[in-house]
Write a protein that binds this ligand. Structure first.
Ligand code: PEP
Ligand code: MG
Length: 563
């Protein structure tokens, strides 16, 4: 793209695609007030009236937006308006004001009380606390005469800019208007990235403080594949690039599996799911089966271990979505960022390096065998055409692989392991002989290879799945897989990136499993390259100095294929 002086700001691209539109900042949440001076007794009634006025304005604004929206967006806005008008909450605010608190501070205290109650109730109630805080922030901004926080109303097209996005900000996000997301913080596995992947719009995270240099209203060109936000670019060329991207998106929508490269090399494309509902959604996509069923996500709010029968019923819902295809079930990956009350140690200094995944079962084998019994029970009716594979998370040694494999085989299950600890990749030749397959978890493999917390926005430049160090471990695993005749899959976020998926195929990966919304993009991209081209892309990435260089040199190699 040419221009006198376009300036470029770089972040981590997490969903590819381009957009050219005005930047619109999500308005920040207000700073919360502290106690301050008590309100004089004579002014307390009018202070409460001031609160009620703010409540009316916020509720009617939300109702107006609900009336103009439809489907889930209208429901969310209507429900939020309902919370603003909640009498119990008003009563708690009134009590605070009568005790001398300002309307703003009484709003904070009353909300805190409800948040504590909802958190104690757990489950769906606990999930509502973000919405309660959202309501609190809107009312406080109104009381102060400030702009309403959160998503601004967008009429034309816009690129949404934010420090980071909360679930409440994204519930009503309309892709007819919002064409891309760019955030200062976040990482490849943050909420923003997950939402962008679901909505399938270009997304860049972890841009850092320089993003603040761009103001609402400025025209920006966003490229999610390389992670750049550019100002001052030529409008005609930008629009042409967007047009080409839209044509490509249309081709993706038309793409039908099963996946193969231009020269007919088959790559199995599978879906990552968390429960039966996600599995049903996946079965409507082009995913051939399930490559990662994260069982622990069904039990995050369970206080007691479900019985074998209860578990079997939960797993059967996932199997039923794919009655004639492969399903890979992962045993409980409890611990670290997924604590499960009945399985995880409560206090660990360093939980990501602690007793998580398969390690939990070392002192509690029965927890694992009950889960395997439940999986075997749920899979009992599945036919020859519907293989059930079971893999353990966080395997680090051949002893662990052998132990897990024995427990699976005793129950007639096909055993495998995730390769997500660098030691497992390096020692793959000792681990694979015990197993029938492996699946590389690039999210954790990157975290542990780079010694960088996958949840840290400051370290997103390290937790990039394009890190050549990670790609080298993947290449080694594929070589050992081929020698041992053990299929090697990838089920981390790396498999959702269409160009990186070609690199992985070139490295020798046999199957790719990603969010079901990403599958068609990967399949369409694979159809445009040959196996030999994938191998050249893999070489270019492996030889690069870092992730940015790897992307750049792979894109350069791809340009050469076109000529
Ligand atoms: C991974 O680590 O890449 C993976 C697929 O597992 P999770 O993201 O659930 O840790
Ligand atoms: Mg993992």
């Amino acid at each position: 793209m040419t221009n006198a002086s376009p300036s470029t700001i770089k972040g981590t691209g997490v969903v590819s695609g381009v957009a050219y539109a005005e930047a619109v900042w999500v308005r920040p949440r207000p700073d919360l007030p502290t106690a301050g001076e008590p309100i004089e007794e004579s002014r307390r009634d009018s202070e409460y009236d001031r609160f009620l006025e703010a409540v009316d304005i916020v509720a009617s604004r939300l109702e107006q937006r609900a009336a103009g929206a439809d489907g889930q967006a209208a429901e969310v806005l209507g429900a939020t308006a309902g919370m603003v008008k909640d009498r119990g909450w008003h009563k708690a605010v009134r009590k605070g004001i009568r005790a001398g608190k300002s309307a703003e501070y009484a709003t904070v205290c009353a909300t805190d009380k409800f948040v504590t109650m909802f958190e104690a109730a757990g489950g769906v109630m606990a999930e509502r606390t973000t919405d309660l805080k959202d309501v609190r922030d809107r009312v406080i901004a109104e009381l102060r005469g400030e702009q309403e926080p959160g998503l601004p109303l967008v009429e034309g097209e816009a690129v949404l800019f934010a420090a980071d996005l909360a679930p409440a900000d994204t519930a009503t996000l309309d892709t007819a208007h919002i064409k891309a997301l760019v955030t200062e913080l976040g990482g490849p596995t943050s909420h923003t990235a997950i939402i962008a992947r679901q909505l399938n719009i270009p997304c860049i995270v972890a841009v850092g403080a320089r993003l603040r240099e761009i103001e609402s209203g400025e025209l920006v060109f966003v490229d999610g594949a390389v992670g750049t936000v550019r100002l001052g670019v030529d409008p005609a060329e930008s629009r042409k690039a967007v047009e080409e991207y839209r044509e490509k998106a249309a081709r993706v929508a038309q793409w039908r599996g099963p996946a193969e490269t231009k020269d007919g090399y088959r790559v199995q494309l599978l879906a990552n799911v968390a429960d039966g509902n996600a599995a049903r959604i996946a079965s409507d996509s082009q995913a051939e089966g399930i490559g990662l069923y994260r069982t622990e996500l069904s039990f995050l709010s369970a206080s007691e271990e479900p019985t074998v029968d209860e578990q079997a019923r939960i797993y059967a819902k996932v199997f039923n979505a794919y009655p004639h295809s492969k399903v890979v079930v992962r045993t409980l990956d409890a611990g670290s960022d997924k604590p499960i009350s009945y399985a995880t140690l409560t206090s660990e200094e360093n939980p990501a390096l602690g007793v998580r995944g398969l390690r939990v079962a070392r002192d509690n084998e029965a927890l694992l065998t009950r889960q395997l019994d439940a999986i075997a029970q749920a899979a009992a009716e599945r036919g020859e055409d519907a293989p059930t594979w079971v893999m353990a998370p966080m395997v680090a040694t051949s002893t662990e692989a052998k132990w897990f494999s024995g427990l699976c085989r005793e129950r007639g299950l096909t055993p495998g392991a995730m390769i997500e600890v660098p030691a497992a990749a390096l020692m793959a030749d000792t681990i694979m002989p015990h197993l029938d397959f492996v699946s590389i978890g690039t999210n954790d493999l990157t975290q542990y290879t780079m010694a960088a917390d996958r949840l840290s926005p400051q370290l997103a430049y390290l937790t990039d799945p394009w890190q050549p160090a990670v790609l080298r471990l993947i290449r080694h695993t594929c070589v050992v897989g081929r020698d041992n005749n053990v299929p090697v899959g990838v089920c981390g976020e790396a498999a959702a990136d269409p160009v990186l998926a070609c690199v992985l195929t070139g490295l020798g990966v046999n199957s790719l499993s990603a969010a079901s919304t990403a599958v068609a993009g990967v399949g369409a991209q694979l159809a445009e390259v040959t196996l030999e081209e994938c191998q050249k892309m893999a070489e270019a990435a492996i030889d690069a100095e870092g992730p940015t260089e790897a992307r750049a040199s792979v894109f350069k190699v791809m340009e050469q294929f076109k000529n």
